[in-house]
Write a protein that binds this ligand. Structure first.
Ligand code: NAI
Length: 711
């Protein structure tokens, strides 16, 4: 028996060895070089031990193995060659085990993702526990990487080019039943005992084994690269990848290249090719950006890093929601789903019931997919009590107001609610535009008044922006963060200002789209270039979605006297569309686009006449940079004005709140990615050519002089 910090090794009386991975000092088992070194040494000894007939690899921790140690991948060693050599050596040693003849079985008794599943792929069989909580797959592409622990080669040889490509490029994770269907695992067992017993039986019945790819005449399932199937798959996949990523995600491109270049070669050579591409991916700025923001910042935020440290945890057991419209209904659902008692209030009981029906609809859908049973659906619905009486809000830990966007109305419901809400409880507004400090003037307890700003649709959007008013206390901030983490969403905390952080920066995106249009960039080009640089939806299309009329309304609310010259031009574009032409946006079937009933939307033909355009006016690169630089610069202003408290909040908020491209790592990481000096030169040029909104704040220039980066 061997027991150390990462694993336990035992051999039973029948000569079956078990390596039980158990990283006692880590929250989960992680794939890292120190682990691999220990694992390979012990496995190699077992192989050399004549008494050992075969090995079971399993886990003594919560997960089988959750993936690679991302700290190592975020800051890999400076010496790239040494890193590559380490990977090549690792491959060789895994190959020694794989080809030794003794059977290895992975007994997957917990989640096996990324490097964890790649470890299982080096085994000759994969048996898994049939626990629906468990996930299996290779999701590395999500973080700008790809399966570089042999995954691209072994999985493709195991299941075929088409499914391997799809699953790897889409970062798919499977529950056990689906993993079995996809041939990711060979069998499922209901209990850990059965799982281990089956692994042992298989080992004893198969004393001499080899991987399929080490057998003479092995053929890739579904056909090799040059088969009709293979050619079609690759041609389709290359086009698809281009269409989806526009070349912005090297990790995904490397994954495809590794499969393409490696699949016809002997596996040892193929692993070497994979390793070279992997080094390319790991050292790419895109991977760093995605790991830093998409993993580290995201996890910190989810765990409530933003909360003031000296405050006690604030459990929310009962929550009141004012207004059962689109937002209130969504907030009621996500709260009830996490077991909170919800009081959903509207002006009529029909209105409140309609809001509750929204939960019923979502739950019924989940039930039809087999994810919930009838009792679970009912239990969640029973958590939501509909009412028209403010007195029912008594006993709430938190009340969130989501009535119409009208300051006087909001003031009225604040007073009504505070009359029944206990003095030490929190009152929040979901306003999307009105400053919290203004709304808090209607409150008797402004220190307990805060903004909790959800995004639509509430059940799908992970981000929640918490807004701190002038008088909001740390106690209220902690409570809001704790509530958001309790409902499993991602909080960022920002200071008060019109539009807060996300709406303000989103507003400059749609605004820049309108300016480009007005200046004469062809409208189709504007939206296409936006997607080319990685935005999920072009500025004109998204303006249609939120409605041009709403954009007008928001600008009106801010007040004409506060508009810059550029904003006056933006307003004129919206006003022309809405007031002269009735083109309010998608909701009325016409905006910048036309929305025919039974066909795809298309850019409205009249737009070119209204705003005559010239393809040669600006090149695509300038259009793309105007959109992204503009958002990054506005975010920097938010930081400068202390609307944003940290760059992390800005980066995470930009990714989750308005779809800033993940490969950039967010608005601040984007400035690093472009290079601060270059960013400033380009903004200066834009300020000269396009207007003062591109003016660079002095503090940013100073930052460049000091040679400081954001990360
Ligand atoms: P909505 O119009 O769908 O719902 C408002 C609801 O409030 C209606 O059901 C109305 O009957 C109810 N209501 C009016 N007076 C009331 C009172 N005195 N007591 C209780 N209920 C009352 O509006 P929506 O879209 O849900 O927006 C609500 C708030 O959320 C607004 O402040 C809005 O700015 C904000 N918001 C909206 C987002 C969106 O995407 N729609 C996103 C983020 C925030």
């Amino acid at each position: 028996m061997i027991k150390n910090e990462v694993l336990e090794y035992n051999v039973d009386q029948d000569g079956v060895a078990i390596i039980s991975i158990n990283m006692v000092n880590a929250p989960t088992n992680l794939f890292s070089f120190p682990f691999i070194k220990t694992y390979l040494e012990i496995a190699q000894k077992a192989v050399e031990d004549e008494q050992v007939k075969g090995l079971i690899i399993t886990s003594g921790h919560r997960d089988f193995m959750a993936g690679a140690d991302l700290r190592m991948l975020l800051s890999p060693p400076e010496d790239k060659q040494a890193f590559l050599d380490d990977i090549l050596l690792m491959h060789q040693q895994f190959r020694n085990l794989e080809t030794c003849g003794k059977p290895f079985v992975a007994a997957i008794n917990g989640t096996a993702l990324g490097g964890g599943y790649e470890l299982a792929l080096t085994c000759h069989k994969r048996f898994a526990l049939n626990n629906p909580k468990l996930k299996i797959g290779l999701p590395e592409v999500q973080l700008g990487l790809f399966p570089g622990g042999g995954g691209t080669q072994r999985l493709t040889r195991l299941i075929g080019i088409a499914p391997a490509l799809t699953n790897i490029l889409q970062a798919r994770q499977f529950r056990p039943a689906a993993a079995l269907e996809e041939n990711y695992v060979d069998a499922l067992y209901d209990t850990n005992e059965e799982l281990l017993a089956a692994a042992k039986t298989w080992i004893l019945e198969n004393p001499k084994v080899a991987q399929a790819w080490d057998q003479r005449g092995h053929k890739v399932p579904g056909g090799g690269l040059m088969s009709k199937n293979g050619v079609q798959t690759m041609a389709g996949a290359i086009g698809n990848l281009r269409k989806k990523t526009h070349g912005n995600y090297p990790g995904a491109q490397y994954a495809m290249a590794a499969i393409h270049d490696g699949i016809e070669l002997p596996i040892d050579r193929a692993l070497e090719i994979e390793a070279r591409y992997f080094v390319g991916a790991v050292y790419s700025p895109e991977a760093k950006n995605m790991i830093r923001t998409g993993f580290f910042f995201m996890n910190e935020a989810k765990k409530g890093k933003a909360r003031p440290k000296d405050q006690a945890f604030y459990p929310v057991k009962k929550i009141g929601i004012l207004g059962a419209g689109m937002m209130g209904a969504g907030i009621a659902y996500v709260s009830a789903k996490r077991g909170m008692d919800v009081v959903l209030k509207d002006i009529s009981i029909e209105g409140a019931e309609k809001g509750k029906a929204y939960s019923q609809k979502i739950l019924a859908k989940q039930q039809s997919k087999g994810r919930l049973n009838a009792e679970q659906v009912q239990a969640t619905l029973d958590k939501i009590k509909t009412t028209v009486e403010a007195s029912d809000l008594e006993g709430c830990d938190l009340v969130i107001e989501a009535v119409f966007e009208n300051q006087a109305l909001k003031a009225k419901v604040t007073a009504e609610t505070e009359a029944v809400l206990a003095e030490n409880k929190i009152y929040a507004s979901n306003t999307s535009t009105i400053p919290i400090t203004l709304l808090a003037q209607a409150s008797k307890r402004p220190e307990n008044f805060i903004g909790i700003h959800f995004f639509s649709p509430v059940d799908k959007m992970p981000l929640v922006e918490i807004i701190v008013g002038e008088k909001t206390s740390d106690y209220a901030i902690a409570a809001a963060v704790d509530y958001v983490t309790q409902i499993g969403k991602v909080p960022i905390v920002v200071n008060d200002s019109r539009g807060f952080f996300t709406s303000r920066v989103f507003g400059v995106y749609t605004g820049e789209g309108a300016l480009l249009l007005e200046e004469g960039v062809p409208p189709v080009m504007i939206d296409n270039i936006a997607k080319r640089v990685g935005m999920p939806v072009g500025p004109l299309a998204v303006t249609d979605e939120v409605a041009l009329s709403l954009c007008l309304h928001v600008m009106d609310a801010a007040g004409e006297d506060k508009w810059s010259d550029a904003e006056k031009r933006i307003y004129a574009v919206y006003a022309k569309m809405v007031r002269e032409l009735g083109r309010e946006g998608k909701k009325v079937g016409k905006g910048f686009y036309d929305y025919p009933e039974n066909a795809k939307k298309h850019m409205w033909k009249g737009l070119e006449e209204l705003f005559p355009s010239n393809v040669d006016y600006l090149d695509g690169e300038t259009v793309g940079k105007r959109l992204l630089h503009r958002m990054a610069l506005e975010s920097y202003r938010c930081l400068d004005e202390s609307v944003l408290r940290t760059t992390k909040d800005g980066d995470l908020g930009s990714l989750l709140g308005f779809g800033f491209p993940p490969y950039t790592g967010g608005v601040f990481a984007y400035i690093d990615y472009v290079g601060l000096d270059k960013f400033i030169v380009e903004c200066d040029d834009f300020a000269n050519r396009f207007g003062a909104r591109f003016a660079v704040p002095d503090s940013l220039r100073q930052r460049a002089k000091d040679g400081k980066t954001f990360y």
